[in-house]
Structures are given as structure tokens and as C-alpha cells.
Design a protein around this ligand. Structure first.
Ligand code: ADP
Ligand code: GLC
Length: 491
């Protein structure tokens, strides 16, 4: 088979800028694709947080002209670097007015009010950059609403551009809740023509993700289960009817894990490295995290970790409703997260009231995320919906048993403990209720105290499971070939 030319566009990429799992994915998938022999390149915005010196980024010669409809042409700078420890090129689109700000999408409280122009600009810049580089991709892989404009551009403004004569598109949905809904006047900035309005119309607004779904050659989500769920009213955020009608081009590919990054035998953030053959240092990691979070250093108590955005998606209101009952158990909980203000205040207050049992760090700290994975016995992810979820998969590798709700990628990756067969790698519940959450935590805690053999078995199962990026990359590869073939029949 011919090797493919793949251009991946995303709004965040590890290690340059990250708010969530999307960045982890786009930081890792291209390396796996590269190792399969493909010419893969990545494009992202050059936000203020992207450190030019640290990553040795070099400016490309000449400015990049980006037509922005009634706003006229905007001239951007482009920097070039590589994904660390790889030869995968990464291009950064710099335009101070749009990306020279402290946040990626918001100022910490409110979303930026020009996010439509910012990401339409970025999407258009991706197309212009491919032209400038004379890079003729077989597939452009867009991710979430920020780059969902690209499949539309490809089918309209660039439909007869020889640079893209053989180019198809894939749109990956990492989170259907966020769709990029804006005032319809932005059509005049996109410049694709009002005759395309209905394809992305939602009442009197435009919905960029909707347009991307309509125009992309294929649409993927980050787990099989979520690919099914988003066809239903419960998980479809209003787009379920549309998605269902395009089910023939819908695919589910489970995310992988970068095991160079998340691996207890290599992890330099944790107090002491460990592996399946020598688990005893995990107790040192537990004591370390208890010390960091000012909790009593007890080896005998089950320590439950939580790392994640404090938003409704993550089931934090279930936890908030059940927390007083949960804390009647002899347990400790450490929480790392930031997000909705009510939650930050609420859990801060719980920590104040239960200093022996509950501690939280409100903010974003990668080192602490690693330490929590390593030092906890159990990991909590009671999400209402979870397209894939990465932390539960990281937890498995560290022998930290996930307690999850059976939804999306959580359901695809976690198998509940079977008391009799000793199978499983975690604890799972179905109902999105505080009672179900409480009962399942109770079950896990009971197993910890009273069924040590069962608990150790679960740990072994968890640590031996692998979710390698290479396996996921091969699924993407097959899909890219299909897209490229379908587009022009040239592969
Ligand atoms: P989502 O993308 O919905 O936030 P994922 O589970 O896919 O959920 O990915 C979340 C990623 O962000 C993980 O790598 C997790 O460790 C990281 N993360 C989330 N919140 C924090 C935080 N407060 N500090 C450090 N890392 C965080
Ligand atoms: C999204 C989802 C999360 C997924 C991540 C990476 O942010 O919420 O479930 O793991 O994207 O695909």
C-alpha cells in the first residue's frame, strides 16, 4: 500500500498546550502513525503558552495569507517544530490578535467572544498552510468543532484546488457537547457562500460541528460505545438525528495511551517507580501523595483518587450529593481538578470539614496527576457521559482500580469485578444516581478491606491490560485508506 500523507489539525496538542484529553491524543497518535511509515504532520495555533524557546520552534520564511471573507486577508506567522522524541513536524499558526492570550478558549470564566473568528481563521490557515508547503494530503484529520470547518472548506472553496485534488477528510468527535454554535453572520467570514448555510444551520445560528459532520468523508468518535450512544437522544446533544442519518460513515476508534508518559516503571514524577514484579514501592507513592495532600499517612486505608475537569460531564454533582455518606466510610479521597466555580468551592469546603479524609487541589498540575495515579488504590470517574476517558486507562497501568459509570469509553475499557471468577479490572455502575455511586464505592472499599486476594487479582488484570497507540493507529490507518480511496480512487 502507498504510504499516506496525513495532516492532523487540532486546537491543543501535548506537550505544547493542553486543557484535556484531546491534547493527549493529538500528541501521541501522529507518532504512532509515523512509526507505521506515514508522512504525518500536525497543525495547531500558537497560543501565548506555547513556548518557542523551550521547543526550539523556528519561523517559516514568509507570512501566510489567510482570507477571512468580509474581514479581508489576515497575515499569519508560522512556526515549525517537532513532536518531542519524534520526527513528526508540528506547525504553529501565530496571529497575536487571536491567539496571544493567556487561555486557549476562555479567560478562566467566560469563553472568548470571538472564538468563531479565531477557529474559522485557524481552519482556513490549515488549508493555506498545506498549499504553501505544497503538501498534498491524502487525508486531513480534523478534531472537534474548532477544526470542523475544514471538511466544509475542502468541499467548497478548495473543491477545485489542485493541491487538494486527492484529499479526503476525517472529523473526530472527542466531545459532542461542544459544537461551536455562533451568530450566523459568521458565514460572511467563512466565505463558503450562503447556499451552504442550511448544512450547518441550527435555528438562526450556525453550528460548525454540524457542518463538519455533513461534509466530512468519515466521522469518528473515540470509543465504539460512544459512537453508538451519540445516535440516541440521551447523548446526542440535539445532533443525534443527523448523526444517525450518517451512521454509514460513523466509526468508533478507542484512544490509546502513551506508555512512555504514563507508566509506573518509567514515571519520573512519582516518589518511587514500580511494576508488576515489584509492587511494594506503590506504598511509598501512597504515603507521598498523602503527605502532599496533608492527609494522615495511613497505609491501611483505601485511598481514592480523582483527576479531571470539574464539570457536569464528569459526574461531580453525583459525587457532591453522595459525599457526606461516602465519607462515613473509613477511606481517604484526593481530588485534583478545576472547572465550575460551585464545584471548586463545594469540594474546597468538604476538604475543610474533613481534613483527615478529603483533600483537594484546585488547579492544573501534571505532576500531581501522575502522583495520584501512582499512589491511589482506587480511581473515581462517575461520568455522565465519557467519549473515551483517559484517566481510567492510565489508572489501570498503575494498578489503581477504576470506579466508573458504564458509559462511552469507560464502559469499553473497564470490566466490573466478578466475585466468583475473579475477572475484571475495576468497579462499574449504570444508574447515574448518588445511590449507585455510593453503593459502588462501598463495594470497592469492601473488596479492599475484606477480599485482598480478589483486589490483588484485579490489580494484576489492570496492570497487564494494554491500550497501545499502535493498535489505534492501525485502525485510523485503515480508515484513512478508505477515505482516500473513496475520495478519488487513487490509492
Ligand atoms: P477530558 O478530555 O474530558 O478532560 P480525559 O480523561 O480524556 O478527559 O483527559 C483528561 C486529561 O487531562 C488527562 O490527561 C488528565 O490527567 C488531565 N487533567 C485533567 N484535569 C487535570 C488537572 N486538574 N491537572 C492535571 N491534569 C489534568
Ligand atoms: C474529550 C472527552 C474524553 C476523551 C478526550 C480525548 O475531551 O471528554 O472522554 O478521552 O476527548 O479523546
Amino acid at each position: 500500500m502507498n504510504k499516506l500523507k496525513i495532516l492532523i489539525a487540532a486546537s491543543e496538542v501535548v506537550p505544547f498546550a493542553k486543557t484535556g484529553g484531546l491534547a493527549d491524543v493529538v500528541g501521541a497518535l501522529p507518532k504512532a502513525l509515523h512509526s507505521l511509515g506515514h508522512d504525518v504532520r500536525v497543525v495547531m495555533p500558537r497560543y501565548y503558552v506555547v513556548d518557542i524557546k523551550k521547543y526550539k520552534l523556528k519561523p517559516l520564511v514568509g507570512a501566510l495569507g489567510v482570507p477571512m471573507g468580509i474581514m479581508g486577508e489576515i497575515w499569519a506567522l508560522v512556526y515549525e517544530g517537532v513532536l518531542p522524541d519524534s520526527a513528526v513536524p508540528v506547525y504553529f499558526i501565530e496571529y497575536e490578535d487571536f491567539f496571544g492570550r493567556s487561555g486557549l478558549y476562555d479567560d478562566g470564566v467566560n469563553g472568548y467572544d470571538d472564538n468563531d473568528n479565531r477557529f474559522i481563521f485557524f481552519s482556513r490557515a490549515v488549508m493555506q498552510l498545506a498549499k504553501k508547503l505544497e503538501f498534498h494530503p491524502d487525508v486531513i484529520h480534523a478534531n472537534d468543532w474548532h477544526t470542523a470547518t475544514i471538511p466544509m472548506l475542502l468541499n467548497t472553496i478548495y473543491a477545485f484546488d489542485s493541491n487538494f485534488a486527492y484529499t479526503g477528510s476525517l472529523l473526530s468527535i472527542h466531545n459532542l457537547q461542544h459544537q461551536g454554535k455562533f451568530y450566523k453572520g459568521v458565514m460572511d467570514v467563512m466565505g463558503i457562500g450562503w447556499n451552504h448555510f442550511y448544512e450547518m444551520q441550527e435555528h438562526d445560528s450556525v453550528n460548525l460541528l454540524k457542518g463538519g459532520i455533513v461534509h466530512a468523508d468519515a466521522v469518528s468518535t473515540v470509543s465504539q460505545k460512544y459512537a453508538q450512544e451519540i445516535r440516541s437522544n440521551e447523548f446526542g446533544w440535539g445532533l443525534n438525528g443527523l448523526i444517525d442519518s450518517y451512521s454509514y460513515k460513523l466509526h468508533g476508534i478507542l484512544n490509546g495511551v502513551d506508555y512512555d508518559e504514563w507508566n509506573p516503571s518509567l514515571d519520573s514524577f512519582i516518589a518511587k517507580k514500580f511494576d508488576t514484579k515489584n509492587m511494594s514501592p506503590k506504598a511509598i507513592c501512597k504515603a507521598d501523595i498523602q503527605a502532599s495532600f496533608n492527609l494522615p499517612q495511613r497505609g491501611d486505608v483505601p485511598l481514592i483518587g480523582f483527576v479531571g475537569r470539574l464539570v457536569e460531564q464528569k459526574g461531580i454533582h453525583l459525587l457532591a450529593s453522595a459525599i457526606y455518606k461516602i465519607l462515613e466510610m473509613d477511606i481517604q479521597i484526593v481530588m485534583l481538578g478545576a472547572g465550575e466555580k460551585w464545584a471548586e468551592h463545594f469540594f474546597g469546603e468538604i476538604a475543610f470539614k474533613y481534613p483527615e479524609k478529603f483533600s483537594c487541589y484546585i488547579g492544573y498540575r501534571n505532576d500531581l496527576a501522575h502522583k495520584i495515579e501512582a499512589g491511589s488504590d482506587l480511581f473515581l470517574m462517575p461520568s455522565l457521559f465519557e467519549p473515551c476517558g483517559l484517566n481510567q486507562i492510565y489508572s489501570l497501568r498503575y494498578g489503581t482500580l477504576p470506579i466508573v459509570r458504564a458509559t462511552g469509553g469507560l464502559d469499553d475499557t473497564i470490566e466490573s469485578y466478578h466475585n466468583d471468577s475473579k475477572h475484571g479490572n475495576g468497579f462499574k455502575f449504570t444508574d447515574a444516581t448518588p445511590e449507585a455511586l455510593f453503593n459502588t464505592i462501598g463495594w470497592a472499599v469492601y473488596t479492599y478491606y475484606n477480599d485482598k486476594v480478589g483486589f490483588d487479582n484485579l490489580r494484576k488484570n489492570a496492570m497487564s491490560a494494554r491500550f497501545d497507540w499502535i493498535a489505534a493507529a492501525k485502525e485510523y490507518e485503515a480508515l484513512y485508506y478508505k477515505i482516500a480511496k473513496g475520495r478519488k480512487g487513487h490509492v
